[in-house]
Design a binder for this molecule. Structure first.
Ligand code: NAP
Length: 257
């Protein structure tokens, strides 16, 4: 469908599970070569083997995006394995809840360090390669939580996800001269391993508040990201795309009829 993705070199942070795994699978299905990054080696190697096809490689690089050195290593591996780097998906993220009154500096630092600073580190490390590509794409996985909505216990998470959008707008302007676009997808509630950890009650309540009456799938997210990665989307930069089944639209539960 998206012929301009064939043969591209793609890096997906947090590509070992959930949304990132869906992104990696989507890019492979469209003919790209993919490197996935995560901290857990066993899970990462299993996912890479699962996603590798007869003619497309998925390689796992162990790394923590909150460490600039690990980001540099992952970017170098992608270039070495796949002859350059064209598309970077900054997707790695965590969402542990912590009430504001009890949140420790350590808890705050961990969420900002992975979700927000990790975005900076990966893009900084990838910049020379994206410039060489001449058609570089950066796709951030932000969220509806923070930029649009709020959720008790997730003030640090919301700040990190809104912060990604602040980063995106200035980076989009700064990198446009290299032909690099920077955009963000904003998922609503997507069925992933991470979301499952929030429990059945959370999921039931969410489903009831989504006009399309279901959680999103990792495929729903991959389709949007794939579009932003194409040549055809080359004139779109500094923009956001909400993929939430309409969750942020109704004024109240009653409004859904
Ligand atoms: P998930 O199922 O928990 O997967 C998270 C992925 O990120 C895993 O591959 C994990 O691997 C990796 N990761 C976490 N911390 C990392 C670190 N420090 N360095 C490198 N990799 C790291 O989560 P998900 O639901 O797919 O969420 C993925 C992204 O989507 C996050 O940015 C999240 O904020 C965003 N999002 C999710 C939803 C949703 O409903 N699921 C909604 C809106 C936004 P390791 O643990 O092995 O490192």
């Amino acid at each position: 469908m998206f012929t301009s993705i064939i043969g591209r070199s793609v890096l997906v942070t947090g590509g070992t599970k959930g949304i990132g795994k869906g992104l990696a699978a989507g890019f492979v299905a469209e003919g790209a070569n993919v490197v996935i990054v995560g901290r857990d080696r066993e899970v990462g190697e299993r996912t890479a083997a699962e996603l590798t096809t007869a003619d497309r490689t998925v390689a796992f690089v162990q790394g923590d995006v909150s460490a600039a050195g690990d980001c540099a290593t992952a970017v170098a591996a992608a270039q070495e394995l796949h002859g350059g780097l064209d598309i970077v998906c900054c997707n790695a993220g965590i969402f542990p809840a912590a009430p504001l009154a009890e949140m420790t500096p350590g808890q705050l630092g961990e969420v900002l360090g992975i979700n927000l600073m990790g975005t900076f580190f990966i893009v900084q490390a990838a910049l020379p390669a994206l410039q060489r590509s001449g058609r570089g794409r950066v796709i951030l996985t932000s969220s509806i939580t923070g930029p649009i909505t709020g959720y008790s216990g997730w003030s640090h998470y919301g700040a990190s996800k809104a912060g990604q959008l602040g980063f995106m707008r200035s980076a989009a302007v700064e990198l446009a001269k290299y032909g690099i676009t920077v955009n963000a997808i904003m998922p609503g509630n997507i069925s992933t391993e991470g979301l499952a950890d929030l429990g059945d009650e959370y999921i039931r309540t969410m489903e009831a508040s989504i006009p399309l009456r279901r959680l999103g799938t990792i495929k729903d997210i991959a389709s949007a990201a794939l579009f932003l990665a194409t040549e055809e989307a080359g004139y779109i930069t500094g923009q956001t795309l909400v993929i939430d089944g309409g969750q942020t639209v109704p004024e109240s539960l009653e409004a859904m009829g």
